[in-house]
Design a protein. Structure first.
Length: 135
């Protein structure tokens, strides 16, 4: 039996982790659900958000900038909370310069599948709660 070098083990570990992580520099996401909070405290589909289902957007994994879709935070001050890992979700909070609008997105990076589920909320443009997948 041949001995395995440390370099070969490290290379294999990197190759496997590359399959488990979403895009190395950014996520490409699609909205699958769009809901509003009702007066009774429940989340429901709402006609005003129907156009957001199927919207695609990108998330820069190093800055937290979201471009496109209902969670776009390109004109907001961003705070990258966590870059995500095998144990933690990628998380970004953003706030408008007037501090009256906010946006939050969480991508569950720890799933070992190519598609990573996301959950996001915003009070800007299309206020609501969104979910879908990113890769």
């Amino acid at each position: 039996m041949k001995p395995i070098s440390i370099g070969r083990i490290a290379g294999c570990a990197l190759a496997v982790s590359g399959l488990c992580n979403a895009g190395q520099t950014h996520y490409e996401c699609v909205v699958l659900t769009a809901n509003k909070l009702t007066a009774q405290g429940a989340l429901e589909n709402h006609w005003s958000l129907k156009s957001q289902i199927g919207q695609k957007f990108k998330v820069d994994r190093s800055t937290g900038q979201v471009v496109g879709g209902p969670l776009d935070n390109s004109q907001m001050k961003k705070q990258l909370i966590d870059k995500g890992s095998g144990e933690m979700s990628f998380q970004v909070f953003a706030q408008s310069t007037q501090k009256t609008h906010t946006s939050y997105i969480q991508v569950e990076e720890f799933h070992v599948t190519e598609q990573k589920p996301f959950l996001g909320t915003t009070t800007l443009y299309y206020p609501g709660v969104y979910s879908g997948t990113c890769k």
